[in-house]
Write a protein that binds this ligand. Structure first.
Ligand SMILES: Cc1cc2nc3c(=O)[nH]c(=O)nc-3n(C[C@H](O)[C@H](O)[C@H](O)COP(=O)(O)O)c2cc1C
Length: 344
């Protein structure tokens, strides 16, 4: 019988060197979404590890202020992984060393899954899947440059007819990766269609380093089912946490057999407004690196906030009308008034 069909006891933590991920439930990196205030909110709700936004190794190796902004962190979000992308082993190694020297990360995560054509064309992101031997050299170079554990976030292949995750996972383990975050979709599918968890389960059986399964988790029930049925060491959650960081608290309660009490609408609104304050502070920091400003810090934070707020509306009556209102948010006062009107 395959592992995929045997219920597995769930681990309460996974250790990668000095880093302990407890519970082994990780917030996935999402460019434009997983900002420090959002990560902090998810950590507070019990996610075991968060990952920064995608950061260019080249910009980091050159010490560019604009790139360093992507590695901005808030005090209460550790443990935290710095998520870097690139192709050149030497540049990736230098970038990892820069991230480590900041003293605010607990691991380095290499992106080998980004499907954006501009990035893939340069052989970066999912482009690294084309040559597992080269990817192994990247991992080896990064591991040699830092003391922190090095993980890799990747996909099962480039396309349905180019699934090479067994070869890739072997290269990652041999290169020294401490764990793999494995998204069960091919790069050609981006984020659409059902992920193939049976491939994730297969890699868990083939490899001895921890494997975290990712893709398509939408609820606590599903998270625990996919985790248990596929025998993985832990799970990684992306879109389901947007607008609902409380999913991590629900999973943590279920893991510890504690009753789950959902937050009240007023608590949800207050937590999201606190995040909005954080987004404004972050935008103010970012604007220091810009010469010309199109929007004020408040406006740009409100725009970034729309994605979070729109997902908060999932399943509510009059969702379309409310969405239209949300899309016109420009000030904290607008956001506060509208959220209170809708939810409280
Ligand atoms: C808006 C958005 C941005 C993303 N950015 C990244 C990224 O920078 N690096 C990465 O490895 N994956 C990125 N992903 C992929 C997620 O980390 C995750 O693998 C994917 O969404 C599947 O998980 P989910 O079904 O739980 O959302 C992104 C996904 C979304 C939706």
């Amino acid at each position: 019988m395959s592992l995929a069909h045997q219920p597995q006891p769930l681990k309460s933590s996974v250790s990668l060197g000095a880093l302990t991920i407890s519970p082994p439930v990780v917030l996935a990196p999402m460019a434009g979404i997983t900002s420090p205030p959002f990560r902090q909110l998810c950590r507070r709700q019990g996610c075991g590890l968060a990952v920064t936004e995608l950061t260019s190794a080249e910009g980091l190796a050159r010490g560019q202020a604009k790139t360093l902004h992507f590695l901005e962190t808030w005090p209460a979000e550790r443990p935290l992984a710095a998520h870097i992308y690139g192709r050149d082993p030497d540049i990736m190694a230098r970038a990892a060393a820069v991230a480590e020297s900041l003293g605010r990360f607990d691991s380095i995560d290499i992106n080998a899954g980004c499907p954006v054509p501009k990035i893939m064309r340069r052989g970066e992101g999912a482009g690294l899947l084309r040559d597992p031997n080269h990817l192994k050299r990247v991992v080896q170079a990064v591991c040699a440059a830092v003391k922190l554990p090095v993980t890799v976030k990747t996909r099962v292949g480039l396309a349905a007819n180019r699934i090479n995750i067994s070869e890739v996972a072997q290269a990652l383990e041999e290169g020294g990766a401490a764990a793999i975050f494995l998204h069960g979709r091919v790069a050609a599918k981006r984020h659409a269609g059902p992920p193939d968890w049976s491939l994730i389960a297969r890699i868990k059986q083939e490899r001895s380093i921890p494997i975290f399964g990712n893709g398509g988790i939408t609820s606590a029930d599903e998270a625990l089912r996919l985790w248990r049925e596929n025998g993985v060491d832990g799970i990684m959650i992306g879109r389901a946490a947007i607008g609902n960081p409380w999913l991590f608290a629900e999973i943590a309660c279920r893991l510890e057999n504690r009753p789950w009490t959902p937050p009240t609408p007023a608590e949800r609104v207050e937590a999201l407004l606190e995040m909005l304050d954080g987004l404004i502070k972050l935008a103010e920091l970012e604007q220091r690196h810009r010469r010309r400003l199109r929007y004020s810090a408040e406006e740009s934070a409100c725009m970034q906030f729309r994605t979070h707020a729109s997902l908060l509306l999932r399943g509510r009556p009059h969702q379309r009308v409310l969405m239209q209102r949300l899309m016109s948010f420009h000030s904290v006062a607008d956001v506060r008034a509208t959220l209170h009107e809708i939810f409280c």
